[in-house]
Ligand binder design. Structure first.
Ligand SMILES: C[S@@+](CC[C@H](N)C(=O)[O-])C[C@H]1O[C@@H](n2cnc3c(N)ncnc32)[C@H](O)[C@@H]1O
Length: 303
């Protein structure tokens, strides 16, 4: 049976609701997450060549990364704009920015930033994104739109996830919940964490969107958890509310000990010598240079 075609408006509405719900839990687990994720931020800043005075756009910034790190790097002569579909995530990002005067946050769908009034073509030196681009419905149109926002020769540097089996930090919890709730596997081609996990295809779509000098490298993110408790708390914090509600409906309580116990047990094989858990996970870090003659135009497109 063929899957029903995606309605982008429904996808966006669901994404907004999902991430608005995750925001506060993510903030509570931010330190645990950034212990590993900060290494990817460092790699993206290096790949993008971010330096003082640069104009930087961070797409799907969530709680403000890598926008805040970029803002510290570009200094007072530079400026950074972080965009995201979730107002709740952005509210936390603004709070985290504190006194930083060179960073702003604004709501925006990553697939139509080039249509936002005030975002002129060619107005950024670097576009960054850490684990956000995979939520696009139309990858080719997304990359064309980002190419158009970059100045000629500007750089897109972004991280997406590798395939699920190489990303236990994300896929382990989902697979336990999926089994316990008897969820069908997500239909192929859906926007989601693993939709850009094929490096060859990613490079081809980037080149097709007009980018040059495209590279896609594997980066092992050293996710570590001090204890099983910390791992389970983190997994729960970043699980969509809709799934947690289903745990409650099916097992009588959202705190169902058997479910969260199974999440803990599944990570046992990642136990490290110091008694903690080590779940190294593979990100794909891409770098692509915007064409000097402007991006190929034309909306909409196929993936
Ligand atoms: C995994 S989080 C990554 C957040 C942040 N960049 C980080 O690395 O911590 C994914 C983010 O993508 C955002 N997102 C999902 N779909 C989006 C869309 N269509 N447009 C803009 N942001 C989107 C979510 O709201 C969420 O903040």
């Amino acid at each position: 049976m063929q899957a029903a075609p995606l309605d982008p408006r429904t996808v966006k509405r669901e994404q907004r609701t999902t991430w608005d719900g995750i925001g506060p839990g993510w903030e509570a687990s931010l330190e645990t997450f950034e212990r590993g994720a900060a290494a990817v931020t460092g790699r993206l800043l290096a790949l993008g060549g971010v330096r003082r005075g640069h104009r930087v756009l961070d797409v799907a910034t969530g709680l403000g990364e890598p926008a805040l790190a970029a803002a510290r790097m570009v200094g007072p002569a530079g400026r950074v704009l972080g965009t995201d579909i979730s107002p709740a995530m952005l509210e936390i990002a603004r709070r985290r920015a504190g006194e930083l005067g060179n960073v702003k946050f604004a709501a925006g769908d990553l697939e139509s930033l080039d249509l936002e009034p005030g975002l002129a073509p060619g107005s950024f030196d670097v576009v960054l994104s850490r684990w956000g681009l995979m939520f696009a419905v139309d990858h080719a149109a997304l990359f064309r739109s980002l190419a158009g926002l970059l100045a000629p020769g500007g750089v897109l540097a972004a991280a997406v996830w590798g395939p699920p089996q190489a990303v236990p930090m994300m896929s382990l919890g989902y697979s336990v919940l999926g089994e316990r709730l008897e969820l069908p596997p997500p239909p192929a081609g859906q926007p989601g964490p693993f939709s850009m996990s094929d490096p060859g295809r990613l490079a081809r779509v980037l080149a097709g969107a007009g980018f040059t000098g495209v590279s896609v490298e594997e980066f092992t993110v050293p996710f570590r958890f001090g204890s099983t408790r910390e791992w389970v708390d983190f997994t729960r914090a970043v699980t969509p509310r809709a799934l947690i509600r289903r745990v409650g409906e099916r097992f009588g309580s959202e705190d169902d000990p058997a479910t969260w116990g199974a999440v803990g047990t599944a990570a046992e094989r990642f136990r490290s010598a110091d008694g903690g858990l080590s779940l190294p996970s593979t990100a794909l870090c891409l770098r692509a240079v915007a064409p000097s003659g402007g991006a190929p135009s034309g909306r909409p497109s196929s993936r």
